[in-house]
Design a protein around this ligand. Structure first.
Ligand code: NAD
Length: 499
């Protein structure tokens, strides 16, 4: 890329573009000698300006009708949907996510916005009761100004999951994307912001210092965070200081539990391969441990290798045939290599998977060949940690109870999956898994639905995105109550408990 065409981005708020902090250069992870763009960070003092303006804008925004807010959001969704051809390649370049997946993420974000437009009026409707116990009116109110902190691996959809419900329900929102993939998401959010009053949707940029200035701002009334556990702890500590309500979407170490009756058919194996390796495994709800009955391990390995050979093509993310790009950063690549090397040194069998595209030079970027790790111990880091990369351990089990227990033996509990030729059996086993979501005969993207609540248990976080619950997370109830006992004609004692 020539210097003339290098993308430059900064944040924006009610008064337009903002940011006079340090610049950072983002390299293309598929060809690290190329620059994707230069990002100008927001100074913490500028974060204060942005949040104050967002808080001021929120009052008028909350006073509009839900129909008006949904009208603006729908116009934004239409504009976004028209931009996937332009912004998909930007996301592919900065993140290394294959082009079809990057453009697909844009369209998915627009589809989610439209879904919120349809569902929010239903979720926000008043609840009214008027009976012998009294009259109750429960209304849903926004929190005020929301701070959204998002990671790099799916920046468009992870922002949309916070922005759309927050805005539809009358909040204003300030988003801080990750410096690793800031360009497509900032462009997409500015397209959306054009359809909204100034200050309703803002973006700030930077790392920990800027994120901390945002979540600890006293005018922020709700924090929606997606990312890793370590940063979540620091965000929670900042929110504890201000008593700010928080939702956390954190990492996963998802088990895929294959039951003994499963036919290893081509389509089933291909769904599992993609369930593991989409975005080079850098997905919170990727399958990260595979459990297979011991007596079928050899058969499984053959079927999995064959499926990977058919569908995993490693190479330049801009090539249409490529399904596996590089990892996003050198650190991420080194971490995943460390997990695999450790397992190999302990005696595990590391099996290379997939094929490489023609003329592809993996040394130009942060590429890592996808692998299946067979024979790692239950305590090996490649099993117990979230790899967030293109490798997956294969673990055998004898009894179904042992398979379920091993699947549940993680402090993380985001998603999971059960695979069987008998869906009834899979649902029954799924009930026994500890997870926010259990997919049946699929995992990861193929199991997602706009209407199904998404979020984790245990150390994978709390709060839900998607579905009606993902909208109501951005509202709080306000109950107005005239109890029967307070009616003049009731004759109740003024100090009586309700019965
Ligand atoms: P991260 O936790 O390092 O960073 C997340 C965001 O927090 C970034 O924008 C970062 O700049 C910001 N940040 C850093 N320090 C901060 C601070 N002190 N205060 C406020 N903000 C701060 O995560 P990452 O490496 O960007 O993303 C990978 C992690 O995200 C993985 O663990 C993955 O599983 C998780 N994730 C979870 C979900 C989900 O829905 N559960 C979805 C995608 C990713």
């Amino acid at each position: 890329m020539t210097s003339a065409s290098i993308r430059r981005e900064r944040g924006f708020g009610a008064a337009g573009p903002i940011g006079s902090g340090p610049e950072s250069v983002r390299e293309n992870p598929a060809a690290v000698d190329r620059t994707v763009g230069v990002l100008t960070a927001t100074l913490p003092s500028e974060v204060d300006d942005v949040v104050r303006a967002a808080a001021a804008a929120q009052h008028e925004w909350a006073a509009t009708t839900i129909d008006e807010r949904v009208r603006c959001l729908r116009a934004g969704a239409d504009a976004l949907a028209r931009s996937d051809a332009v912004l998909g390649p930007v996301l592919a370049e900065e993140l290394g996510k294959p082009l079809a997946d990057s453009s697909g993420e844009m369209r998915f974000a627009a589809a989610f916005l439209r879904w919120v437009c349809d569902a929010a009026p239903r979720v926000c409707a008043d609840t009214e009761l008027d009976d012998a116990e009294g009259r109750v009116l429960i209304i849903r109110r926004p929190f005020g100004t929301v701070a959204a902190i998002v990671p790099w691996n799916a920046p468009l959809i992870l922002s949309a999951l916070k922005v759309a419900p927050a805005i539809a329900t009358g909040n204003s929102i300030v988003v801080k994307p990750s410096p690793v993939a800031p360009f497509a998401v900032t462009a997409a959010l500015s397209i959306l912001a054009e359809q909204l009053p100034p200050g309703v949707l803002s973006v700030v940029h930077g790392g920990a210092e800027v994120g901390d200035a945002l979540v600890s701002h006293q005018s922020v009334r709700k924090v929606a965070f997606t990312g890793g556990e370590r940063v979540a702890q620091s965000v929670l500590a900042a929110c504890a200081e201000q008593l700010t309500p928080t939702m956390l979407e954190l990492g996963g170490n998802d088990p895929a539990l294959l039951l003994d009756d499963l036919t290893f058919a081509d389509d089933v194996m291909e769904r599992l391969v993609f369930g593991v390796f989409l975005t080079s495994g850098q997905v919170c709800m990727a399958a990260k441990r595979i459990y297979v009955p011991n007596r079928r391990l050899d058969e499984f390995v053959d079927a999995f290798i064959a499926a990977a050979q058919r569908v995993l093509v490693c190479g330049d993310p801009m090539s249409p045939e490529v399904t596996i790009g590089p990892l996003a950063t050198a650190e991420q690549r080194a971490r995943v290599m460390g997990l695999v090397d450790h397992a190999r040194a302990e005696g595990a069998d590391v099996i290379d998977l997939g094929q490489t595209g023609p003329g592809f030079d993996p040394d130009r970027g942060y590429f890592l060949r996808p692998t299946l790790v067979r024979g790692a111990g239950a305590d090996a880091p490649v099993v117990t940690e979230e790899q967030f990369g293109p490798t997956v351990p294969l673990i055998g089990y004898d009894s179904l109870d042992a398979g379920i227990a091993a699947s549940n033996a993680s402090e993380m509990a985001l998603a999971s999956s059960v695979w069987s030729d008998d869906p009834e059996r899979a649902f029954a086993v799924g009930r026994k898994l500890e997870a926010g979501m259990t997919f049946i005969n699929c995992h990861n993207r193929s199991g997602m639905s706009l209407r199904v609540p998404f979020g984790g248990m245990k150390r994978s976080g709390f709060g839900r995105e998607f579905g009606e619950q993902g909208i109501s997370e951005f509202t709080q109830t306000h109950a107005l109550h005239l109890p029967a006992s307070a009616r003049r004609e009731s004759g109740h004692r003024p100090n009586a408990y309700p019965t």
